[in-house]
Design a protein around this ligand. Structure first.
Ligand code: TYM
Length: 326
């Protein structure tokens, strides 16, 4: 089975990216043909600084490798190094209904605080580019967080539509979503999804200094009352912290609830900080080693792009033929 997934380099990778997505990618490498990419063409759909993007792409590559993506098992590459992503996106845009794009939650969220003149066509067409990413490799499975399901659905719709119009070409891709932690919430506002764009108090970057992790968890908002119980409606903040604890410590939530029965929030939060730090400590070490060997990272990305391009070229040949392009 062919598997594909990626993260946008629009800032430091956060624990939501890891717990819901990257953590699922690691075991898939053992059994399937996996492609993991750094989604830079999507990151330029909102205002950004070129020097930051460059740095973020390198950081994402280091993060991927430090967290356990293995270039001997998976194809790891940068989206813009495979020009066919943009080419297929254009062709798919010709069959993408405007109404589908207008309904996209992410588009609505990202455009709502901006004047129309400042919302680019790229942001609107973003889901068609994502469909191109997926269909270019005839992907069958995408391990993603819950917020990407609407985009995956569009890729499925476009695969069906293309097959119907031009003949069977693409399999209908499926998503794989974690049973718990598919939506990690902000530390400062548990009604919102953890995201880089909300500001530093809202997210925990995987590789931020340990002292900052302690500080951010200490300052994370909690709910009224003092029981440490999982109840998303009544206790959204504590439920989110319990989810993070459970995934990092690999312990069921019910066991953690028992462990903290009759204990206060402060102790729970300080233990959680240590659990999070411990989880990422070995990855931190690996990342430091990789930093000393940037040439090797560059080579991995260049070999990855070559492999990805060879698959992409074949698909584009077939797509163009089917669409009647000479
Ligand atoms: P991005 O960069 O927003 O997020 C990368 C992955 O992390 C997941 N994620 C979360 N999961 C749980 N809780 C959160 N708070 C949270 N925040 C992010 C996302 O669901 C995602 O799996 N459009 C995509 C990137 C993309 C892509 C693709 C993914 C482009 N093309 C093709 C898969 C296949 C995005 O912006 O992800």
């Amino acid at each position: 089975m062919r598997v594909l997934s990626g993260v946008q380099p629009s800032g430091a990778l956060h624990i939501g990216n890891y717990l819901a997505a990257i953590k699922q990618w690691i075991p898939l490498q053992e059994k399937h043909e996996c492609l993991f990419f750094i989604v830079d063409l999507h990151a330029v759909t909102v205002p950004y600084k070129p020097q930051d993007l460059r740095q973020n792409v390198w950081n994402a590559a280091l993060d991927y490798l430090a967290l356990g993506l293995d270039p001997a098992k998976s194809t790891i590459f940068i989206q813009s190094h495979v020009h066919q992503h943009a080419e297929l996106a254009w062709l798919l845009e010709t069959i993408t209904p405007l109404g589908e794009l207008e309904r996209m939650t992410q588009f609505k969220e990202k455009s709502k605080h901006r004047q129309k003149a400042n919302v680019g066509l790229g942001l609107f067409a973003y889901p068609a580019l994502m469909a191109a990413d997926i269909l270019l490799y005839k992907t069958e499975l995408m391990p993603v967080g819950e917020d990407q399901l609407q985009h995956v659905e569009l890729a499925r719709t476009l695969a069906r539509k293309f097959n119907h119009l031009f003949g069977r070409t693409f399999p209908e891709p499926k998503s794989q979503v974690a049973k718990i932690g598919a939506r990690i919430m902000s530390l400062a506002d548990p009604t919102k999804k953890m995201s880089k764009s909300l500001g530093p108090a809202h997210f925990l970057a995987i590789f931020e200094p340990e002292e900052d992790i302690r500080q951010k968890i200490k300052s994370a908002v909690t709910d009224s009352g003092k029981e440490i119980v999982y109840d998303v409606k009544k206790k959204p903040a504590i439920s989110n912290l319990l989810t993070i604890y459970s995934l990092c410590a690999d312990k069921p939530i019910s066991e953690i609830e028992k462990q903290y029965q009759g204990k206060g929030y402060a102790g729970f939060k300080s233990d959680l900080a240590e659990v999070v730090i411990e989880t990422f400590r070995p990855f931190r070490r690996k990342r430091e080693e990789l930093l000393q060997n940037i040439t090797e990272v560059r080579n991995i990305l260049s070999r990855g792009a070559e492999t990805a391009r060879s698959i992409a070229e074949k698909t584009m040949k077939e797509v163009k033929e089917k669409m009647g392009l000479l």
